[in-house]
Ligand binder design. Structure first.
Ligand code: ADP
Ligand code: 5GP
Length: 290
């Protein structure tokens, strides 16, 4: 084993303060689990953004649940094939699903529909996703990306903006249901909010590019892949220009990509022409209830 790094007194004090804050955060979550204020599903979702919770042992989370306790908690993890030293961030996909099933599904047996919306850049995907969120109960998943935020976007609402290193780590930790490169940046769908929403019977929309959509179909064959087409090529060019968020160079690159993207429509389960936002949104709602 290597020699631990020598810390200055100030570094040591700051590390101790951070560790104390993390312990307090975990202890607060445990009492919320105990009182029923927060569900196991919600704790797992919170672990996606809060490091102190991600590092909590699964056993601590489970045994905090009222009526479980230490002995039953251990037996339960054994039954689900989860090591008693496993931390929430280290849970595999099937282990997460097994835990959710154990704690949540008996009260909400209905599984939601997953719709994946793709199409060339500038066709109107985010406009449609935003409107769908406003007028329906669809959960629209916020993706992660390594590209910088545009002037009209905010972190946590439009995207989770990650550095390249953070994105690499998220891939290693198996946080993504799918991820792909597009126009010089990486984009990925966080797995946990999708799993949770579907397990709770909610309909889910992913607004992603085509390679990512194919990955989702391979992993979740029940997903419905919807391709959004522009009414015409001229209209697509004019929408990209009208949006005013890309430099001339970037816009040219996006248009070159769009030509390739348009050829992918045949892979999709449904094709919708985005001539009117309200019409497209109604069709998506109809697909989910079909
Ligand atoms: P994408 O997310 O596919 O890249 P956006 O949602 O950013 O596309 O839309 C690109 C531009 O097209 C925006 O300025 C948006 O307001 C406009 N737009 C979207 N849908 C329509 C539509 N049905 N009719 C006219 N303009 C639209
Ligand atoms: P933009 O940079 O214009 O927001 O997005 C560029 C492209 O990335 C769009 O086609 C958008 O749908 C796609 N995209 C957004 N989020 C994701 C994601 O999580 N995964 C994948 N594969 N593509 C995404």
């Amino acid at each position: 084993m290597g020699v631990p790094p020598q810390l200055t007194p100030a570094e040591r004090a700051s590390a101790l303060a951070l560790a104390k804050a993390a312990r307090q955060e975990r202890s607060q979550i445990k009492s919320q689990i105990k009182s029923g204020e927060i569900s196991i599903a919600e704790v797992i979702a919170l672990a996606g953004t809060r490091e102190a919770i991600a590092k909590m042992r699964v056993l601590e989370m489970v045994e905090s649940k009222s009526g479980v306790g230490k002995i039953r908690g251990k037996a339960l993890l054994e039954k689900l094939g989860i090591s008693s030293t496993r931390r929430i961030q280290g849970l595999g996909r099937y282990q997460r699903a097994a835990l959710l099933k154990e704690f949540e599904l008996p009260t909400s047996p209905q599984i939601g529909k997953l719709i994946v919306l793709s199409g060339p850049g500038g066709v109107g995907k985010s406009t449609i996703a935003k409107r769908l969120k406003e007028i329906s109960d669809f959960v629209v998943i916020v993706s992660a990306t390594t590209r910088p935020a545009r002037f009209n976007e905010s972190a946590g609402v439009d995207y989770h903006y990650l550095s390249n290193e953070e994105f690499d780590q998220a891939i290693k930790d198996d946080h993504f249901l799918e991820w792909a490169e597009f126009a010089g940046a990486r984009y990925g769908t966080p797995r946990t909010p999708v799993d949770l929403a579907l397990a709770q019977g909610e309909n889910v929309l992913l607004e992603i590019e085509i390679e990512g959509a194919k990955q989702v179909k391979a992993k979740i064959p029940q997903a419905l892949l919807v391709f959004l087409e522009p009414p015409s090529w001229e209209e697509l060019v004019s929408r990209l220009e009208g949006r005013g968020t890309d430099s001339t160079e970037r816009r040219a690159a996006r248009l070159a990509l769009a030509q390739e993207e348009l050829a992918a429509a045949s892979f999709f389960d449904k094709v919708l022409v985005n001539d009117e936002v309200e019409k497209v949104v109604s069709s998506l709602i109809e697909f989910a209830s079909a």
